[in-house]
Write a protein that binds this ligand. Sequence first.
Ligand SMILES: Nc1nc2c(c(=O)[nH]1)N[C@H]1C(S)=C(S)[C@@H](COP(=O)(O)OP(=O)(O)OC[C@H]3O[C@@H](n4cnc5c(=O)[nH]c(N)nc54)[C@H](O)[C@@H]3O)O[C@H]1N2
Ligand SMILES: Nc1nc2c(c(=O)[nH]1)N[C@H]1C(S)=C(S)[C@@H](COP(=O)(O)OP(=O)(O)OC[C@H]3O[C@@H](n4cnc5c(=O)[nH]c(N)nc54)[C@H](O)[C@@H]3O)O[C@H]1N2
Ligand SMILES: [Mo]
Length: 683
Amino acid sequence: MGGMTRTARATCPLDCPDACSLVLTIDDGANRLLKVEGDPAHPFTRGFACVKTYRYPERHHHPERPLYPMRRAGPKGSGSFERVSWEEALDAIAERLREVIDRHGPQAVLPYHYAGTMGLHQYEHPLAFFRAIGASALDTTICATAGSAAWEATYGAPRYGIDPEDVPKARFIFLWGINSLHTNTHLTPLLKEARHNGARIVHVDPYANLTSRFADEHVKLRPGSDAALAYALAHVILREGLHDAAYLGRAAQGFAEYRAAAEAWTPERAEAVTGVPAATIERLALEFARAKASFIRTSYGMTRHPGGASAQRAVLLLPALIGAWQYPGGGALLSASGAFRLERTYLGGAHLLRGGHEPKGYFRPNPAARHVNMSQLGSALTRLDPPVRALFVFNSNPLVVAPSTALVQQGLAREDLFTVVLEQALTETARYADYLLPATTFLEHPDLYTAYGHFYLSWNEPAMPPQGEARPNTWVFAELARRLGLEEPTLYWSAEDLARSLLSSGHPWLEGISLERLKAEGFVRLNTPREFLPFKDGANTQSGKVRFDPPPPVTLTEPDEEFPLILMTPPAKHFLNSTYGHVERLVQGEGGEPVLLVHPQDAAAHGVQDGRRVRIRSRHGAVVRKARVSEAPMPGTVVLEGTWWERYAPDGKGVNWLTGEHLTDLGAGSTFHSNPVRLESLD
Ligand SMILES: Nc1nc2c(c(=O)[nH]1)N[C@H]1C(S)=C(S)[C@@H](COP(=O)(O)OP(=O)(O)OC[C@H]3O[C@@H](n4cnc5c(=O)[nH]c(N)nc54)[C@H](O)[C@@H]3O)O[C@H]1N2
Ligand SMILES: Nc1nc2c(c(=O)[nH]1)N[C@H]1C(S)=C(S)[C@@H](COP(=O)(O)OP(=O)(O)OC[C@H]3O[C@@H](n4cnc5c(=O)[nH]c(N)nc54)[C@H](O)[C@@H]3O)O[C@H]1N2
Ligand SMILES: [Mo]
């Protein structure tokens, strides 16, 4: 066995609000990660990690982890590769890039990336390379843009809500469109404190899940009907005079129009649309308004619908209606990310898009470069004219996570598409690479981390040397930049260079937070005021007021005759999107294979039997799953949890064979929970 073990600290890099501080146990002699635990010193992590993170050693040392640069040695998608040196790989990629740009122009190059890591150096800074050469730009809409647009249209930017650590002060809590026990586990202790202090917790979700069982009450509603429910709650609050006229008078704009819209939504009318009994709506409206310090923890669930951003707006307005923002613990939270007031001018070469850059050589930034919406990757790769010729995938697994897999796969299989994938895992996307480059994990590179579920900024030193020949994304792009002769200095910035620049904003919330201090302490709390009542007198909008105007329209998610059920595809407990989806113990923890939840009424109507396989068909494709007949979903709604790796599906097809590229009303976001489907029983 190896020699000395030691412990180290690191922040979890994954796309999750909790951004946990972790304590690692490492065997230096063998360069092995032995154990990962939650850091007891971090006020949000509180000494426990989630079920997934405890298994990180199995991911880090996974036998299939790519450890050397590889060149394709078989048909696209076959996953057969031969090992090459970094020199060979980088020279060949640089040469191919030059060729593509010479023949087709820089907009034939497209980066596809998301939040596999949230460390700013590895997450956002690689974009500097693509901006410097004038490549097509990716609009990163797959997750949060509908929610962000809804927040900004209501409370403005920067985006933050209450301090999550104030949750115990709330006296009534809606967990609305969030399965927080899966996706925000470190909120649970704070919710328990709030409950201990007298708060009631009500979960609003179309299906019963872990969070519903934790809550004091579950309100089951039809997917996509939240705006109607929110208006009906407002209707009762207004009828009873429980709105805060003084607050609205000083802090809100556009209230009269909104009031008229809400008055049209009687609880009876809302019941017909949402499926929530009018009496429940009456009761909850009174409870919510009378508690005053009422808090809504919302998330992205309700936004993944055609009318999702407007639904989110309708919900976000409720705390303003009763003036809840004036009371500690009262208000709402979607994301805390805007509280990190960093100097972002050079992050990812953002300055290159401001124009006015002297073109020094052959490559030049192009502020007017074509944009590609990442929620429409399949169409972009198969239909865009002029076509994408060179695709760079990093921090993402589009074959599994992007909508309309049939199109994505068809695109990735194109012989005339040159695909480079930077990865830590041999994902189903990586199998389509012409070059597969091994990426370091958060334990192997330094980085700076913000969070979207709390107010702590953190820094990771590399905790251990890379496995094999893995390299950071930024190293790869700097090597390519060098080969192309690019001179832009930010392309070569280290994580420390970037961190110093990011920390230099001079904003009071960052005062006293230096890189040296972050290195010494690991994580540091932002200097937000301890009594944080951000919208007590107004908001971050241009007018400084909470915007009730225009009143959010009610757009429902509706099935049709051919596809009479709505399929939702929310996150699984044991995976983080597709990350961890190949860690055997987590796959087993999740039940070994994906299953479809079907309400008994729908099972009877469609001839579906518990434990039997069923074909699920949408306008975009079909998959086969085992059915579980369950009271959990709202009748008319079926549920597949988790973006499983395709190899664990009975038919080898992931959930996104069923989803489409339809976009949301605001923010041009994805619509993963609004899929009209039909069921065909198989045996
Ligand atoms: N364990 C785990 N944690 C995760 C992730 C993961 O995959 N697994 N993913 C991470 C990422 S990237 C993100 S963005 C977050 C996402 O975390 P969440 O926001 O919690 O996940 P969503 O997919 O947005 O769905 C949340 C809930 O919304 C419900 N929902 C769907 N449609 C509607 C609707 O119309 N109205 C209402 N009221 N509810 C609806 C779904 O049934 C689901 O229970 O979680 C992060 N954390
Ligand atoms: N049907 C359906 N589809 C969904 C969702 C849903 O609810 N339903 N959720 C959507 C949401 S909210 C999101 S955010 C997206 C997420 O989609 P993705 O952003 O693609 O997230 P992951 O599936 O976790 O894949 C991230 C990949 O990045 C890699 N990675 C991690 N760190 C690094 C690094 O430092 N360098 C490199 N090169 N690679 C790294 C990991 O190994 C992993 O394979 O999926 C979306 N897809
Ligand atoms: Mo996400």
